[in-house]
Design a protein around this ligand. Structure first.
Ligand SMILES: Cc1ncc(COP(=O)(O)O)c(C=O)c1O
Length: 415
C-alpha cells in the first residue's frame, strides 16, 4: 500500500474511533466533515425551495442509453434534445456565446466534465497524430493525473510558474490549459503562451461564484480572432452543484467533425457515456430554475451570498485562531486553501485537535506541486459542518447557522 493510501486508511480508522467514542446527544455533530468537494450548499438551497428532486417535465426512461441521434424508443433521449434544453439555459443566463458559436455546433455530453476533458485529449491526440506538450500554470488543478493515466505515447504534461520554463520538443504541438477561476486558488487566469490550442476550463465561471464572466469572453474572443483554437466545457457539478449527476458537456464547430468523431468513439467505448438518471435530474433542475427566472433568487442571491459570507467568516476565524496563517483563496470560488507555518500535517492536526476531516496537500501534493502543508476547506459544504468547525476554532463565536446559509439575505457578514 503506498503512503497516500496508508494515510487515508489511518485517517479513516481514526475517524471511526472518534465516531465510536460518543454519539453526542441532541443530534450534535461529532466528526466535522469538510474534506470532499461535494456541493451540499446547493442542495440546502434547493431543499429550501422544494427543488431537491425537481420534476419540471423531463422524462427519461432510466433503463435506456442516451444516444447521439434518432431513431429513439419511447422515453429515450438523444443529444439533440439535451442540446436544446441546455442551449435554452445558457441563453437565459447569458453565456451561450462563450461555449457555442453557432446553432449547428456538434454537442457532446459526458459523465462529468472530466469525461469530456479526457475525451478531448484523446481526440486531439488522434487528430494531431504527433507529439503534444500540454502546459498548465501552478498552482494547478490536477489534470496531470488524467492525462498521464491515458498513457498516450508522445503526450507530455508540464506545470510551470514562468512560461520561460516551457521548451517545445521537435514537432511538438503546444496546448495550454487555462483554468479560470482557477482551482485551487480561485484566481482569474489568462493564457500565457503562444500555443496552437487552448483548453479553457471555466467550470466555475459563473456570477454566483463572484466571477466576472466577461474576462474569459474577452480572452476567448481575442484568441479566436487571432486564428487560435479554443475548447471549453461545462460541468454540472460546478454550475448547479450536482456532482453526483455526473453530467458535463461541450460544443464543437462543424469544421471540427474529425475531433467530434474521435471524442464520440471515446464516449462510446468508455461505458456509452452518460447515465440517463443524472441527465434527467440535471435537465429537470435547469427547467425548474428557468421557471419564473427562479435561478436568479437561488443562485445569484442565495448561493452567492452564502459563499461570500462563508469565505469572510472562515478568513476571520482562521486568522484569529492562527495569526500567522497564509490564506490562498478568493471570495466566491468554493475552495479555501490555507497553510499554517509549523503545522506540517494539517489533516492529522485538524482531526486530532478539532475533530475535523479536511483535505491537505502534505503527501498528495496535487494542486500545489512541490508545496506541501496546504489544507482545504470545502466552502460549498453543509452549513452545519462549517458552523460547527468555526465554533470549534473560536468557541466564543457569535455567528449563527443563518450566517452560513443565506436564504433570505439576513446574514450579518457580507463584504
Ligand atoms: C477546475 C475543475 N475542472 C474540472 C473538474 C471536474 O468536474 P466534473 O468531472 O465533476 O464535471 C473539477 C472538479 O473538481 C474542477 O475543479
Amino acid at each position: 500500500m503506498n503512503f497516500t493510501a496508508r494515510r487515508y486508511l489511518v485517517l479513516f480508522i481514526l475517524s471511526l474511533c472518534c465516531l465510536g467514542r460518543s454519539h453526542l446527544a441532541g443530534g450534535e455533530i461529532d466528526i466535522v466533515l469538510l474534506g470532499p468537494g461535494d456541493a451540499n450548499l446547493y442542495t440546502e438551497v434547493y431543499e429550501n425551495y422544494g427543488l431537491t428532486d425537481p420534476f419540471c417535465g423531463y422524462y427519461v426512461d432510466k433503463g435506456d442509453y442516451l444516444l447521439p441521434a434518432p431513431p429513439l424508443g419511447p422515453g429515450q433521449v438523444d443529444f439533440v434534445e439535451i442540446n436544446q434544453m441546455v442551449r435554452k439555459w445558457h441563453e437565459a443566463i447569458g453565456d451561450l456565446d462563450i461555449y457555442s458559436q453557432a446553432e449547428s455546433d456538434f454537442f457532446l455530453p459526458g459523465a462529468g466534465s472530466t469525461h469530456i476533458f479526457v475525451a478531448l485529449i484523446y481526440g486531439l491526440y488522434q487528430k494531431i497524430g504527433g507529439p503534444m506538450l500540454i502546459v498548465d500554470k501552478l498552482p494547478a488543478y490536477p489534470w496531470r493525473q488524467h492525462i498521464e493515466f491515458l498513457g498516450l505515447p508522445g503526450v507530455r504534461y508540464q506545470t510551470y510558474t514562468n512560461p520561460s520554463e516551457i521548451h517545445l520538443g521537435d514537432g511538438e504541438t503546444l496546448v495550454e490549459i487555462v483554468v479560470s477561476p482557477n482551482n485551487p486558488d480561485g484566481a482569474t487566469r489568462s493564457y500565457n503562451t503562444n500555443a496552437s490550442i487552448y483548453i479553457y476550463d471555466t467550470v466555475f465561471a459563473f456570477d454566483w461564484y463572484n466571477f466576472d464572466v466577461q474576462t474569459i469572453r474577452d480572452q476567448i474572443n481575442e484568441l479566436r480572432s487571432n486564428g487560435k483554437t479554443v475548447y471549453n466545457f461545462i460541468s454540472m457539478s460546478k454550475m448547479l452543484g450536482r456532482t453526483g449527476d455526473r453530467f458535463g458537456y461541450m460544443w464543437l464547430p462543424r469544421s471540427d467533425s474529425e475531433l467530434y468523431q474521435n471524442m464520440l468513439s471515446y464516449w462510446l467505448f468508455t461505458c456509452l457515456g452518460n447515465g440517463s438518471t443524472g441527465v434527467q435530474s440535471s435537465l429537470n433542475l435547469m427547467k425548474c430554475l428557468l421557471k419564473d427566472n427562479c435561478y436568479k433568487r437561488l443562485l445569484l442571491k442565495d448561493v452567492k451570498a452564502s459563499l461570500l459570507n462563508r469565505h469572510c467568516i472562515l478568513t476571520e476565524t482562521i486568522k484569529k485562531a492562527f495569526p500567522n496563517v497564509l490564506i490562498n483563496s478568493q471570495a466566491g470560488p468554493p475552495f479555501f486553501w490555507f497553510k499554517v507555518p509549523g503545522i506540517n500535517d494539517p489533516a492529522k492536526f485538524f482531526l486530532e485537535n478539532y475533530g475535523t476531516i479536511i483535505l491537505d496537500t502534505t503527501d498528495a501534493l496535487l494542486p500545489f506541486e512541490g508545496e506541501p502543508g496546504f489544507a482545504r476547506i470545502n466552502v460549498m459544504g453543509r452549513s452545519k459542518m462549517l458552523y460547527e468547525f468555526v465554533k470549534r476554532l473560536d468557541p466564543e463565536t457569535n455567528y449563527t447557522l443563518d450566517d452560513f446559509l443565506c436564504l433570505s439575505c439576513k446574514c450579518k457578514k457580507q463584504k
